[in-house]
Design a protein around this ligand. Structure first.
Ligand SMILES: [Mn+2]
Length: 310
């Protein structure tokens, strides 16, 4: 169903200029957005300069789902407290999500540690959005996945908390630095004690942090009787089997620009959206309403935590 036209557009499309919103242009929609069972996104960090809101908007234009999970750190309250940063595109993301919810997508927002200000509202439905601590997603093939942001692992792990937020860039840089430092040291005959050891120690910690994070989440999912876990928090997208359970991380919209999706055949996949693919697409202004289809039925109250069970 995502025929040749979709992919042709993708390849031939020039990258749309950032922020060129034309107030008269209707929102450019791809001919056929990809239909999915579920979309999981987290760590958007709206309210920070690093947030790639335009990329996320473009991704959402190209993908529609029955269920949309917002798996935490959607709005960065920490960053907003210290320095107010907000763009039109950040409003657009919120408006797009609200519109989706009104049009029938089940939207479940699981606050993370950066948007913990929303945690008092857990259990409530604000508008058409269900706010939950955690959710249950049942895949087409019947696997029961525990959907949770993942920051509770910080309290369990003894590693420095900042490692949770480094993402790939710093990690790659540390690896690079370590490599070059070693080469330089070898040439200059530096003694063995110094930075190399320190960096090696740090890199080892970073690797073991990610491994430990996965282990903690998988073990907790198992303890609770799930078949796997979907989380975010460490900005590293991943689908793998850990100790016989499914570990899925949907990544982030700061660096990796990834979402986890379940397609109509029940396949889980990480979608990377590094380029804005709708040519000349106006980033919709939040005042521009999309036509709203008449609601068939009011959204049902979702049970806790079985939010996504059909
Ligand atoms: Mn987080």
């Amino acid at each position: 169903m995502f025929g040749a036209s979709f992919f042709t557009t993708e390849r031939s499309a020039p990258i749309a200029a950032k922020g060129q919103a034309s107030p008269t242009a209707a929102e450019a929609q791809p001919a056929e957005p990809r239909r999915l069972r579920a979309i999981f996104v987290s760590d958007i960090h709206l309210g920070t300069p690093g947030c790639k809101a335009e990329h996320l908007l473009d991704f959402l234009r190209h993908h529609e789902s029955d269920v949309l999970y917002l798996v935490g750190d959607i709005i960065d309250g920490w960053a907003l407290k210290s320095r107010f940063f907000w763009r039109q595109s950040h409003n657009d993301v919120i408006q797009k999500v609200l519109r989706r919810a009104r049009k029938g997508t089940r939207v479940i927002f699981i606050p993370g540690n950066h948007d913990e200000a929303a945690r008092p509202f857990v259990g409530l439905n604000l508008g058409d959005i269900a706010i939950r601590d955690e959710a249950l997603h049942v895949t087409l093939d019947g696997r029961r996945l525990w959907v949770v942001h993942g920051d509770f692992a910080d309290g369990v792990l003894h590693h420095a908390k900042w490692l949770a937020h480094v993402g790939d860039t710093l990690y790659t840089f540390v690896l690079w630095l370590n490599r070059h430092y070693n080469a330089l040291r070898a040439r200059l005959g530096f003694p063995y004690w110094s930075l190399s050891q320190y960096l090696k120690h740090k890199v080892k910690n970073a690797v073991s942090f990610i491994t430990d994070f996965e282990q903690v989440l998988v073990r907790e999912a198992q303890r609770r009787g799930y078949d796997g876990v979907v989380c975010g928090h460490i900005h590293k997208a991943e689908i793998r089997t850990v100790d016989g359970l499914l570990y899925c991380n949907d990544g982030d919209w700061v660096e990796s620009l990834t979402a986890l999706v379940e397609d109509l055949d029940g396949r889980l996949e990480i979608v990377e959206w590094k380029q804005i693919r709708a040519p000349g697409a106006a980033v919709p202004r939040w005042s521009e309403e999309e036509p709203i289809a008449p609601a068939a039925a009011p959204p049902a109250l979702l049970p806790v935590p079985a939010a996504a069970e059909a």
